[in-house]
Design a protein around this ligand. Structure first.
Ligand SMILES: *Cc1c(COP(=O)(O)O)cnc(C)c1O
Length: 387
């Protein structure tokens, strides 16, 4: 039909809503430029040891309200070290959600322990605290709880369940550093909290991670594992130095991201087929590495989620399909499923995410996202029938 190029989806040859494409990350930051300049002048960039790692560790611990922050080479390494710090080993079981970051599952296997998968809460689409007790066995040693796609696990209740059964709690806060529940930072609710400083994350050093804990015994076990006359999982001085200014800006940026997401949710409230994941309650301050939505293809002319995300990316908006659920991509002998994982199975086909860099932009970006979604929705049948 006669559809002007502006109204046709980019995936069908029209003009993209954002011709320059998605926002990039990390953004230009004069404070980081000046930190790097000083590192070059002082030569600190090339040192094994210097002031920047101890300084960052001390600031992170204070920011999080924990006794110790241990810096390491990635969030994935931090989850492994957290499990080791809790003494997880061969034959143990570790409870986690059926929809989670794949490396968390692999880390459990790497310790010769067994992942026990539980379902998501049907409302929040985060690990369902109500599913823990039915999943317990005499071998249960720990729980991994990840806050995903802007949502929050109910940590006050999970903390009680973990205490009642004396289970170690690993809190994966890689996707929402700085978020709070009841005034307490995420990452500080677990026996061990985990942060990532990967290249796309809110606090980024290209690579890197940290463990947060107030338990000295956990730090002792981690030290015994990583310190081999040398640190086997180190963060560098240069990485620590570029993280400090970002930590200082984190709270203010999280407030901006949250305001953006609230406005976007208002704009999208009449768009059927896309529902923002809810945050826990009013006591929370969320943080967004990804913004999670439930995508319902049936409301969008049967357009599959992956194709919807691809069409939005063609418009210059960074939507992507989220994770694959773990029970659907691993052999059943690798894990134990505590129940039939109804919600985790749904999340596999319905979780849609928006990548965070755009959230620091203004109203114009909110309009662009809304316009792009409407455009794709109006042409959904045609996009589905393409090829
Ligand atoms: C990014 C991420 C990690 C760790 O990633 P690294 O790239 O290893 O730092 C862990 N868990 C979740 C949920 C993540 O999103």
């Amino acid at each position: 039909m006669t559809d002007s190029a502006d109204h046709r989806p980019a995936i069908l040859g029209g003009t993209p809503v954002r011709p320059a494409g998605p926002a990039t990350w990390p953004p230009h930051n004069p404070s980081i430029q000046s930190v790097l300049q000083k590192l070059i002048e002082s030569g600190d960039w090339g040192r094994y040891h210097g002031p920047h790692c101890p300084d960052l560790a001390q600031r992170l611990a204070a920011y999080q309200g924990v006794e110790h922050a241990w810096l390491c080479s990635s969030g994935t390494a931090a989850v492994e070290l957290a499990l080791r710090g809790l003494g997880v080993g061969q034959g143990d079981e570790v409870i986690m959600a059926g929809y989670d970051f794949k490396a968390n599952f692999q880390n459990i296997l790497c310790l010769q322990a067994t992942p026990v998968l539980i379902d998501l809460n049907p409302t929040t689409w985060q690990l369902d605290v109500d599913g823990i007790e039915a999943a317990l066995s005499s071998r249960t040693r720990a729980i991994i709880a990840s806050h995903l796609h802007g949502g929050l696990v109910d940590m006050p209740r999970l903390r009680q369940v973990a205490d009642r059964h004396q289970l170690g709690l690993v809190e994966d806060a890689c996707q929402n550093p700085g978020a709070t529940i009841g005034g307490r930072r995420v990452g500080a609710w677990g026996d061990v909290g985990v942060l990532s400083f990967g290249g796309s994350k809110l606090l980024s050093a290209g690579r890197g991670g940290a463990l947060l804990t107030s338990r000295a015994d956990i730090i002792e076990r981690i030290k015994r594992y990583v310190l081999r006359g040398n640190d086997a999982y180190p963060l560098s001085e240069m990485q620590a130095a570029v993280l400090r200014p970002q930590l200082e800006e984190l709270d203010q940026q999280n407030i901006r991201r949250h305001a953006f997401v609230r406005q976007l949710a208002t704009n999208l409230k009449d768009v059927s087929g896309l529902a923002l994941l809810p945050i826990l309650d009013d006591s929370t301050q969320p943080a967004y590495y990804k913004v999670g939505f439930r995508y319902s293809a049936s409301a969008i002319d049967g357009l599959p989620k992956d194709l919807f995300a691809e069409a939005l990316r063609a418009e210059g908006i960074a939507f992507d399909p989220g994770f694959r659920s773990l029970h659907l991509i691993h052999a059943t002998r690798r894990f134990r499923a505590a129940d039939i994982l109804t919600q985790a199975t749904l999340a596999d086909t319905q979780m849609l995410t928006l990548h965070h860099p755009v959230l620091l932009e203004g109203d114009a970006a909110i309009t662009e996202i809304t316009t792009a979604i409407e455009k794709v929705q109006q042409h959904a049948a045609e996009i589905r029938g393409r090829q």
